[in-house]
Design a protein around this ligand. Structure first.
Ligand code: SF4
Length: 271
């Protein structure tokens, strides 16, 4: 009997799986602490988020399967938090497959062995893998808010680059941490990838913009097309870090996208 704790369900999303209408299931808990996380309660305070019974979700999924001309439907995204931390993830994906639903996994790539098993068991149709920074311990820790074994992320990346599964790599552009040098190195490391999706940094819900640090960064950015990478992960407490960063302008994203054309087959900017 599947006994998974589900903490969120979105019946109908146009954004989470390119080219599909998909439902999204959110699993709690994560081994990273990214300062820009938009699912912070799921990550840090999962007990405070109501649990949704799995049977209720399956009922809604069975009802929801319908077709609209020109749009592939019938997909479910399993997101989080970090879904690969849940031992019953394969069973959940198996149940979805048995219902004739295509499956997509959103993952931070920290569990390559789990990812490898899911791919080779045919439980996934699409993987969205976060590449948060160049695969270097310091850069990754700055974004993830904790030490990360970047060799694990590399293994997950290599799996997708070499396997036949459909995938996208995703990077949230964090102005103060992912400066031009780091972005350049990241692009070298994902060279040849099928698709790289850029997500602009958005200030997480409930976090205000204030403080001299923010205006300092704004001034830096106004004189640099791409903000310099500064090792703020070690210096500034999480709440403050969250408070002073503001997104890149659209023109910077377009410039990065043009640069990416030299490295990856397709680059898109997420809506
Ligand atoms: S890996 Fe994803 S879910 Fe986990 S803290 Fe980072 S952004 Fe949030």
């Amino acid at each position: 009997m599947l006994n998974l704790t589900i903490k969120g369900f979105l019946e109908n999303s146009f954004l989470d799986w390119p080219g599909r209408i998909a439902s999204v299931i959110f699993l709690p808990g994560c081994n990273f602490r990214c300062y820009y996380c938009h699912n912070w309660p799921l990550v840090a305070y999962p007990a405070s988020v109501p649990t949704i019974p799995l049977e209720q979700i399956f009922k809604r999924l069975d009802k929801f399967r319908y077709k609209r001309s020109g749009v592939a439907v019938g997909g479910v995204v399993v997101s989080g938090g970090e879904p690969t931390l849940h031992p019953q993830l394969p069973e959940l994906l198996g149940e979805l497959k048995m219902r004739g639903l295509a499956t997509k996994l959103d993952t931070n790539g920290s569990k390559p062995d789990v990812l490898c098993r899911l791919v080779h068991q045919g439980l996934l149709d699409f993987v969205a893998l976060d590449i948060k920074a160049p695969l270097e311990p310091e850069a990754y820790a700055d974004v993830a808010g904790c030490p990360v074994d970047v060799r694990s992320i590399r293994k997950s990346l290599d799996l997708l680059l070499s396997d036949g599964i459909d995938y996208e790599l995703r990077t949230t552009l964090t102005p103060a941490i992912l400066g031009q040098d780091r972005l350049q190195r990241l692009l070298e490391q994902i060279r040849g990838a099928k698709r790289w999706t850029l997500q602009n940094y958005r200030i997480p819900p409930g976090i205000g913009k204030s403080g001299n640090q923010r205006s300092t960064l704004d001034r830096r950015r106004s004189t640099n097309r791409c903000a310099p990478a500064v090792p703020i992960g070690k210096l500034i407490p999480l709440e403050l870090k969250r408070s002073f960063l503001s997104p890149y302008p659209a023109s910077t994203l377009e410039r990065i996208k043009r640069l990416a054309a030299n490295y990856v087959k397709e680059c898109r900017i997420a809506a």
